[in-house]
Design a binder for this molecule. Sequence first.
Ligand code: GNR
Ligand code: NI
Length: 170
Amino acid sequence: MAKLIILRYPDPRLHTVAKAVTRVDARIRQLVDDMLESMYDADGVGLAATQVDVHERVIVIDTSEMRDQPRVLINPALVARSEEMTFTDEGCLSVPAIYDRVRRHARVTVRALGRDGEPHEFEAEGLLAVAVQHEMDHLIGKVFVEYLSQLKRDRIKTKMLKKVRDEERD
Ligand code: GNR
Ligand code: NI
């Protein structure tokens, strides 16, 4: 297994639209395993392939307290969304140390392929529903800060670029 490098906003590669996976083979399973390792290592609740510069529709999620319930979503699709919306403080491994409120569907029904290519469907609410929507946004090149005001986004951009400069200095 290998830990992957997670792209940081405002890296333009985060805005790439991912392509559907045509075959769940050994390469995809390796990607899934590396993404799970990277997600757990970074203490994230989810990770989209876009964030590790692989532009295919692959997501891993684990919202469990014990961090022992990995979910693999390949070619995910939302088959239902609640009318009810919810606000959650979101963070992103690609935008470290920034948290802000984002409006999402409170419940979603997701259809996807698992690690072995088997189709499955599940209903999600709470943090799982939020994470699914956050990760699916990554696959269409969207980062959660794009829901915030232009002013906030500009401030975040400046902060992120400064952080990179500071890291390069020491
Ligand atoms: O670790 C993460 N936490 C989180 C918290 C609230 C809403 C969404 C998330 S996803 C994020 C990991 C990540 O960046 N996934 O793309
Ligand atoms: Ni994210």
